[in-house]
Design a protein around this ligand. Sequence first.
Ligand SMILES: NC(=O)c1ccc[n+]([C@@H]2O[C@H](COP(=O)([O-])OP(=O)(O)OC[C@H]3O[C@@H](n4cnc5c(N)ncnc54)[C@H](O)[C@@H]3O)[C@@H](O)[C@H]2O)c1
Length: 383
Amino acid sequence: MAEHKVGIIMNGVTGRMGTNQHLIRSIVAIRKQGGVKLADGDTIMPEPILVGRQEHKLRALAEAHQLSRWSTNLDECLDDPSNRIYFDSQMTNYRADSVKRAIARGKHIYCEKPTGATLQESLELARLAAAAGVKNGVVQDKLFLPGLLKLKRLVDAGYFGKILSVRMEFGYWVFEGDWQPGQRPSWNYRKEDGGGIIVDMFAHWRYVLDNLFGAIRAVSCLGMTHIPRRVDEQGFAYAATADDAAYATFELEGGIVVQANSSWCVRVNREDLLTIQVDGTEGSAVAGLRDCKTQHRANTCKAVWNPDIPNPYHFQEQWQNVPDNQLFDNGFKVQWELFLKHIVIDTPFPWGLLEGAKGTQLSDLGLQSWRERRWIDVPDLTL
Ligand SMILES: NC(=O)c1ccc[n+]([C@@H]2O[C@H](COP(=O)([O-])OP(=O)(O)OC[C@H]3O[C@@H](n4cnc5c(N)ncnc54)[C@H](O)[C@@H]3O)[C@@H](O)[C@H]2O)c1
């Protein structure tokens, strides 16, 4: 029973996503469980090297998780043949340059979304990786959320009959930073630094909708910057130049209509930070991050409009929970394990840089729709 050690360069690992989701909840968690077990009894053991600009942060993070390897020199890490994977969770604007350097050194690529600042940049990465013959993957974590896995189960079972529409509500109040610190990095609110909710969330909506319900064919989007001034991590006020809310409609193949509200300026009055309601001829469902509930046509109450009497309906009680039926692990970790298997034993991994580029395509077209105040078709994307 062999152990396959795989060196992973983790660049941008001191950031919010890098530290929490990718290092602690994925790579460190995989190491603690003894690696990724393979069917033949072998294991894959990830061997991370933490990369960034600030030595003291990297050293502290490495020590906190009993890791021995860290570096501020990306090129040195790329020159080490034991590092087979380059992973990137830097600020989006810095990703393309580093990923290109890694592809040129023959590294397999795994990275956060969005993969680039524009479609052109994202597509270039996908093409370079294909030409170099390196394996590649992009984080599509929402697909592995328990709530969305349950929704997928319902779709696969044909539960909905013909799916008519999908309503997505995403968001929460992100503090402005003045009287309470903001809970997201300030660059998210500066366009010039790669910020904006359209760029951020449409990268997710693309793969969620494509994978669950069908390819997105057209987009109409209205963006807003509701809060024009925020206060950054150092306490300095700055102009919020990026969109902080997006009100979009998508048309999917087969005629499914999707309405997707994404906002960092909304107070939550729903069961979760993301809820997805699907209405079909045979039944409906509402998924959150972990839960999913259904209402079959046979259980649908005949609602009648009558504001002259107190509401006799308890609408929330008319739904039935979809059972777990399995254990759900952290979605980022599940995808890391699949990617590691893809690298070592060549199992399929369908979420590569071309899929990532489709996300950037959707945000580019959403921004164009907003700018031009019109519907935009989403063309097929190929390498
Ligand atoms: N999959 C998801 O659900 C999800 C959620 C949030 C963010 N993200 C993506 O993850 C990436 C990181 O986001 P975050 O929220 O962790 O941001 P963050 O600001 O917390 O971290 C950004 C990282 O980039 C590094 N960095 C900052 N300035 C840099 C520079 N000038 N040169 C090189 N590196 C620099 C920082 O040191 C840090 O390690 C973004 O691309 C974002 O779109 C994904």
